[in-house]
Design a protein around this ligand. Sequence first.
Ligand SMILES: *Cc1c(COP(=O)(O)O)cnc(C)c1O
Length: 216
Amino acid sequence: MPLSEIRRRLRAAEAEAGRAPNSVQLIAVSKVQPAERVAAVLDAGQRLFGENRVQEAQARWPAFQARVDGIRLHLIGPLQTNKARAAVAMFEAIHTLDRLRLARTLAQLAQERGACPDLFVQVNTGAEPQKAGVLPEAADAFIAEVRAMDLPLVGLMCIPPVEDDPAPHFRLLGEIASRNGVAALSMGMSDDFETAVALGATHVRVGSAIFGAREG
Ligand SMILES: *Cc1c(COP(=O)(O)O)cnc(C)c1O
């Protein structure tokens, strides 16, 4: 689907939900996509992209950034502590803060650098054992600990279980955010971004609907 069509649907979802035009940021998830598809989406005017691996992003984006101004990258996949230094140098936001050890490492890097990417805490709303994220019942305490480290916590992120109706997961994320005074909500992907916008998403992460199915 062309980018323009996704943008049109996003603007329609904002209007439908009574949200301000352009209040929801579209993150084009380019992970695993061939370079020519990424180049086409850049040509269509998209500047905000999501990647799920630090190394893949490092391999691909510097060349695009040398050619095109204003590219912004968000990390949407799990971050190993030993890749944190590379990640903070490259990403404007990290959506997957999910453990104290990583928070401590990021706090140390923030102090060294005098800057830190915007951070989202990933919440495992479905309490899936194989999935990253803090459990919903642990979220309030985790958010408080991150704030006590003076880190720029801006939002919460979730990836609902594939087999579930995503709406209750989006609602739960919104409730945790509002009771903690957290402003941003990173939720909604290709199949459910309109539902996410209706339930308060500020950032939607859309991959295959923009780029086509991921190969391999
Ligand atoms: C891959 C991925 C997406 C995009 O998924 P699509 O279904 O292709 O839109 C969004 N968020 C995360 C965390 C992902 O890993």
